[in-house]
Design a protein around this ligand. Structure first.
Ligand code: KBG
Length: 505
């Protein structure tokens, strides 16, 4: 195998929405950026949403079959024998290895997190509005995607009447979606992918930016005193060679599981690495819109009507996120050809689990996964408080369903064991205390002056809403911080930090 040494300003590991946010911001700020992804590029424009292809626009089933092949198991499946009483299990967690990461197939649901119930105070409260606004612009988040769809209107009105007591900002409303109707053909939707975030960088030919598919970062090599990263080892699976990439700044944004895995593999093991893990329990059912409801529409629902996208946000005494839409079928679902799919609606309620230190990932020092990286496992349970909340959430799901119509036979209310939602967070959490967090409020790893992390793993709080918008907002803040700081840690910061997170290899 050949070896080659490369120098860049910034190395970004991981090309999902968060890695792309760093890349775009840093290139726009004049930095020379190399972005690598272990997975392949699946579309001609890098990281495009695969549902933009006509073949998948109008069939959840066909699209589900396609992306199932892109979901790689993260750990060896545990016996399911003892899972009957669990609202959630992580053993079936999956990751996407592809340029664009999960944005090659995501639902695009991009709500802001509730300021008190969900948001972290690691970032000053006054900054969130601007950060969210910028993140929404980058992701092309909007609330008008399905405004003229008939079933959308029916669902919106029926639920607004049912939940009339909810105050304005927390009442029934359109779901914020990172997607837009095409203007050249409004029957089609352009879903936001990483190509959207990269903007002109996705067209190629931009000085100062290169993106390499099938380039796997296997190790960050720290200096002997652990204070900085000296280079990164990248295995190029296309030309079968190893690159040593020397950068002034390293950004690792390869998901809430693979990011701590890479740190562990590199001997970088702060005390909270992989701990305080959270995931969202999901209550789910499907209904058939009731006859009385459908009769309220002035015209019949056309066969190619877009699906509804309706939201009831998290609020103080309702710590769960509600989305009423259509999405990929779960593994246990079989489509009944006799059912009129225009009338089927999914109700997905996402719950919140409090961060607890004992909920964690484990890394093996002997067993390797398919990528030659330390095999991961999970220890995760819900507290009594978490469980009580989820059962209240389930009762609320039934309330909403009753306002829409009968349950689709076989799809009655139940808790979903993941693979999805895949909203694992907290594993490299942000905070003000190096004992209980992995990165500081600038997203910089405590004690390592040139290593920044990004992604859902940084979210330190229990959350119920989809995390991508928040992670992109946090990445924007971090990237602007890198540009401002010139990446020189202050004497004050150095004094606050302690060495010792580096485990000798
Ligand atoms: O419905 C989606 C949801 O929007 C999401 O964010 C999560 O990742 O997966 C759900 C199930 O497919």
């Amino acid at each position: 195998m050949n070896h080659q040494r490369i120098e860049v300003d910034v190395l970004v590991v991981g090309s999902g929405p968060v890695g792309a946010t760093f890349a775009r911001t840093l290139v726009d700020g004049g930095r020379d950026v190399m972005m690598v992804d272990a997975g392949p590029q699946l579309s001609s424009r890098p990281g495009e949403h695969l549902k933009n292809q006509l073949a998948y626009q109008h069939s959840h089933e066909r699209f589900g079959t396609l992306i199932r092949g892109h979901l790689h198991p993260l750990s060896r499946p545990a016996s399911t024998a003892d899972l009957s009483d669990q609202l959630i299990s992580l053993e079936a967690g999956v990751a996407t290895y592809a340029v664009g990461g999960m944005a090659t197939h995501w639902t695009g649901v991009t709500p802001r997190h509730h300021p008190d119930v969900e948001r972290s105070d690691a970032i000053p409260a006054a900054e969130w509005d601007t950060l969210y606004g910028d993140a929404e612009a980058l992701l092309n988040t909007r609330t008008d995607l399905t405004e003229d769809a008939i079933s959308h209107r029916l669902v919106l009105d029926a639920l607004a009447a049912e939940y009339a007591e909810l105050p304005g900002p927390y009442g029934v409303q359109p779901l914020p979606m990172a997607a837009q109707r095409r203007t050249d053909n409004p029957r089609l939707v352009r879903w936001t992918g990483v190509d959207t975030i990269l903007g002109p960088l996705a067209d190629g030919g931009t000085d100062g930016f290169r993106l390499h598919e099938q380039h796997q970062c296997t190790r960050l090599v720290p200096a002997a005193d652990g204070s900085r990263i000296e280079y990164a080892e990248i295995v190029d699976h296309v030309d079968w060679r190893t690159l040593e990439v020397e950068a002034s700044t390293y950004v690792v944004a390869c998901g809430a599981v693979l990011t701590p895995q890479l740190l562990h593999a590199s001997g970088i093991r702060p005390p909270s690495l992989g701990r305080y893990l959270t995931e969202q329990p999901v209550a789910f059912c499907q209904v058939l819109l009731g006859d009385d409801l459908v009769k309220r529409a002035a015209t019949p629902i056309p066969p190619d009507d877009l699906d509804p996208n309706v939201w009831i946000p998290v609020s103080g005494d309702r710590p769960w996120h509600c989305q009423i839409h259509r999405d990929l079928p779960y593994d246990d679902m079989v489509t009944d050809p006799e059912v009129d799919s225009r009338l089927v609606v999914d109700l997905r309620w996402f719950g919140l689990a409090d961060p607890r230190r004992e909920n964690r990932m484990r890394f093996s020092d002997t067993a390797k996964d398919a990528w030659g990286m330390p095999e991961v496992g999970f220890e995760f349970s819900l507290s009594e408080d978490d469980r009580a909340r989820q059962h209240r959430m389930m009762a609320d799901l039934r309330r909403a369903a009753a306002a829409l119509g009968p349950y689709l036979p076989g799809s009655e209310p139940r808790f979903i064991l993941p693979t999805l939602p895949l909203h694992i967070a907290g594993t490299v959490r942000m905070g003000a205390d190096p004992d209980t967090s992995v990165v500081d409020p600038d997203s910089r790893l405590w004690g390592v002056e040139n290593l920044y992390l990004g992604g859902n793993g940084l979210i330190p709080t229990g959350t119920a809403s989809n995390p991508t918008l928040t992670s992109v907002a946090m990445a924007l803040r971090a990237a602007h911080g890198i540009l401002r700081s010139g990446n020189q840690p202050s004497a004050e910061r150095r004094a606050h930090e302690r060495p010792g997170i580096l485990v000798p290899r």
